[in-house]
Design a protein around this ligand. Structure first.
Ligand SMILES: Nc1ncnc2c1ncn2[C@@H]1O[C@H](COP(=O)(O)OP(=O)(O)O)[C@@H](O)[C@H]1O
Ligand SMILES: [Mg+2]
Length: 440
């Protein structure tokens, strides 16, 4: 159903930076091992959305060149992770009868029950599904079944999580990647990649929320009882903190960006008396640490108290024993864990990628969580091809530049993309097409 791989590449298009990860499959263990990370500043994105096509293409090209100089490998196909400010999730349920006498569940039954659950969704206009994730199966009322294949019963039920983005957002991402010479092997919503990049299996099982605060957006993924319960993107990130500092203190953006990284959110009144100095384009300036602190604190307080809290409340009064896991570049702010813990009333830990020790030094911190998650995602797909089912439509653009042309696949048709994994689910995809035919 899917192709085995030797080389895997991931491309993470963030608002602040564009990064590339290259991994090689260990033939002994079957796991992908990271061999390099390339990175370049992002241009042409706002709040995770592409606002300047050519600038984004250039950022991708720079990140690719950087990865190539480190690994010696020219990446021309990749799993692409994107933020997309309007990415959201919806849960639906499906049920099918297996007959009047108990029998074993087959792959066709699994496809049918997922199809049934998807027909329950009313998708917003001009949206498509990026991921279809069967989060839990039940047989004859017995809940919590991970994999129903081969199990026996008369009634099969499933709960499915669909991650959706505006079709145009996804198409723009694919077009930019292809223009930079990268065929898109798969797409991954950034909050999902961040969660896979930092969570331990124990945290997923017990219940946890992952909050990735990047440059233009904050991704939220909430896991309950081992299953993804909610995924969303908040349109606030570190750029908003920088903007606020620059505006309120009337200082250049470059100075604001640096100064905000030097303050601590803790209640350290000695540090508040400090005068922070900056030098931008030959011009010196200074401002009080207390003022910078106040602006950063207020913006983050709003983010946690209003926005993150709302996402947590949306799942009801469910406990998350493993608390909140904070990652993304902004998670490096001094004292942010204590602040978030106080506001949200739950334990908070700051997370670097689990695979951080296998990544190059300096490119293995919080801001690389989603990039690292791409490799985790591919490793999961290798083992469990039906864990994440890919987009409901094909994003062929035929605008690939240079010699690295990659023929894009038609929906439901497998084809050779060289290194990479393609998961196809023919019946399911055709059903999604039927269900959401207004999109096509
Ligand atoms: N040490 C730090 N302290 C506070 N904020 C930081 C620090 N390092 C990076 N950031 C902020 O993190 C944001 C970038 O996070 P990142 O995850 O790289 O973004 P994206 O994934 O959206 O490209 C920027 O707003 C940057 O200012
Ligand atoms: Mg990030």
């Amino acid at each position: 159903m899917y192709e085995k791989i030797d080389l895997i590449a991931g491309l993470d298009i963030g608002t602040t930076k564009t990064s590339v990860i290259v991994a090689e499959k260990d033939r002994r263990t079957g796991e992908a091992q990271i061999i390099g990370v390339g990175s370049a500043p992002s241009m042409g994105l706002r709040k995770g959305l592409i606002v300047n096509f050519e600038q984004v293409v250039r950022s991708i090209s720079s990140a690719l060149e950087d990865a190539e100089s480190m690994t010696g490998i020219a990446v021309n196909k990749a799993f692409v992770c994107f933020s997309g400010a309007l990415t959201t999730s919806i849960i639906s349920k499906g049920m099918i009868s297996l007959g009047s006498t108990p029998r074993q569940v087959t792959e066709v039954d699994v496809q049918r029950v997922i199809d049934a659950s998807l027909s329950e969704i009313s998708m917003p206009n001009n949206y498509c599904t990026v991921h279809t994730i069967p989060v839990m199966y039940s047989i004859d009322g017995q809940k919590g079944i991970d994999d129903p294949l081969g199990m026996t019963g008369v009634r099969l039920e499933v709960e499915v999580q669909s991650i959706m983005s505006p079709t145009a957002t996804v198409q723009n991402v694919v077009n930019c990647a292809e223009r930079a010479g990268v065929g898109v092997t798969g797409l991954i919503a950034k909050p999902l990649a961040s969660a896979l990049g930092v969570l331990t299996p124990g945290e997923i099982t017990s219940g946890v929320a992952v909050v990735d605060i990047g440059g233009g957006t904050t991704g939220v993924s909430i896991y309950v009882d081992g299953a993804l319960k909610k995924l969303s993107v908040i349109q606030i990130g570190g750029d908003h903190i920088t903007n606020d500092v620059a505006r309120v203190l009337k200082i250049p953006m470059e100075a604001a960006e640096e100064l905000k990284k030097h303050i601590s959110l803790g209640d350290d009144s000695d540090a508040f008396d400090e005068e922070l100095e900056f030098l931008v384009q030959g011009k010196r300036g200074s401002c009080s640490a207390a003022q910078v602190h106040e602006v950063v604190y207020n913006r983050l307080e709003e983010l946690f108290e209003d926005f993150v809290n709302k996402e947590l409340r949306d799942i009801g009064s469910i406990m998350l024993p493993s608390g909140l896991v904070l990652t993304g570049g902004v998670a490096k702010t001094n004292g942010i864990a204590d602040m978030a813990s106080e506001i949200l009333g739950m334990p908070v830990r700051i997370a670097n990628p689990i695979d951080g020790p296998k990544m190059p030094p300096g490119r293995n911190g919080c801001e690389y969580a989603s990039l690292a998650g791409i490799i985790k995602y591919v490793n999961i797909l290798e083992k469990y091809p039906l864990k994440f089912i890919g987009p409901s439509i094909s994003f062929s653009s035929n605008i690939i530049a240079g010699q690295t042309k990659v023929k894009r696949s038609k929906v439901g048709v497998e084809e050779d993309h060289g290194p990479g994994v393609i998961v196809m689910f023919k019946n399911l995809l055709s059903t999604i097409k039927r269900t959401f035919k207004e999109l096509f």
